[in-house]
Design a protein around this ligand. Structure first.
Ligand code: MN
Length: 206
C-alpha cells in the first residue's frame, strides 16, 4: 500500500484489534497479511476511488451501504462499501483466546432461540459449510430472536432489517492459505479458539 491519499480518501482502513500473529495457529499471520493487508485494504482503496466526486463522497459508510443496496447500477460501490463494513465487523468478531462460553445474558438468549449452545454452534457450522461459494455467516438478532443466516458475496443482514452480533468470513481468501479447501476445519477451529462472544454480547445492547 503506497498510495493512500488521506486528504481525498474519506474511508480509512481501521486498525486490526490485535497483532497479525495473535490469531495463530488458527489463522496465520500470513493469512492476516493478505486478508487484512491486501483484501480489506483493497476494498477501502477501491471504494475511495469509486465515490470520488459523486453523491457518495461525503456520507458515512453505513449510509453508502443503505443507499446502494439492491441497486444493480450501484453494485460496485455497494460491494466495496459492504465488504469494508463486513471485514471490520469480522476482525472484531475474533479475538486471541476467544471461544468458550458467552456471558449469561447472551447465553440465555442463545438457549431461548436455539435450545442450547451446541445447537447454535451446529447452525453456524452448517451455514458455513452450505454457503455455496464466497460469503458470510452471521449470528443475528431478528426481532427478539437470535438466528444464524448466511449471505453471498458482500451481502449483509442489515439490509433485511436484522442486527448482526457476529460474523464469520467464509470467502476462500479467509482460510485457503491455512486450510486449503477445508472450510469446516477453519470454522470449527475459529469457533473453538477465536470467536469473540464478548463482542456479540456488546452488540445485543448497541
Ligand atoms: Mn474476507
Amino acid at each position: 500500500m503506497t498510495n493512500n491519499d488521506k486528504n481525498t480518501s474519506p474511508h480509512m482502513l481501521p486498525p486490526l484489534p490485535y497483532e497479525d500473529n495473535e490469531l495463530a495457529p488458527v489463522i496465520s499471520a500470513k493469512t492476516i497479511g493478505f486478508h487484512y493487508g491486501k483484501h480489506h485494504r483493497g476494498y477501502v482503496d477501491t471504494l475511495n476511488g469509486l465515490i470520488k466526486g459523486t453523491e457518495f463522497s461525503d456520507i458515512s459508510l453505513e449510509e453508502i451501504i443503505s443507499s446502494t443496496a439492491g441497486r444493480p447500477e450501484r453494485s460496485a460501490i455497494f460491494n466495496n462499501a459492504a465488504q469494508i463494513w463486513n471485514h471490520t465487523f469480522y476482525w472484531q468478531s475474533l479475538r486471541p483466546g476467544g471461544g468458550g462460553k458467552p456471558a449469561p445474558v447472551l447465553m440465555k438468549r442463545i438457549e431461548n432461540s436455539f435450545g442450547d449452545m451446541e445447537a447454535c454452534r451446529k447452525d453456524l457450522l452448517n451455514a458455513a459449510i452450505t454457503q455455496f461459494g464466497n460469503g458470510w455467516v452471521w449470528l443475528v438478532m431478528d426481532g427478539e430472536r437470535l438466528k444464524v443466516v448466511k449471505t453471498g458475496n458482500a451481502e449483509l443482514p442489515m439490509a433485511a432489517g436484522m442486527k448482526a452480533l457476529l460474523t464469520i468470513d467464509v470467502w476462500e481468501h479467509a482460510y485457503y492459505l491455512d486450510y486449503q479447501n477445508r472450510r469446516a476445519d477453519y470454522v470449527n477451529a475459529l469457533l473453538d479458539k477465536l470467536i469473540n462472544w464478548e463482542f456479540a454480547a456488546q452488540n445485543l445492547d448497541s
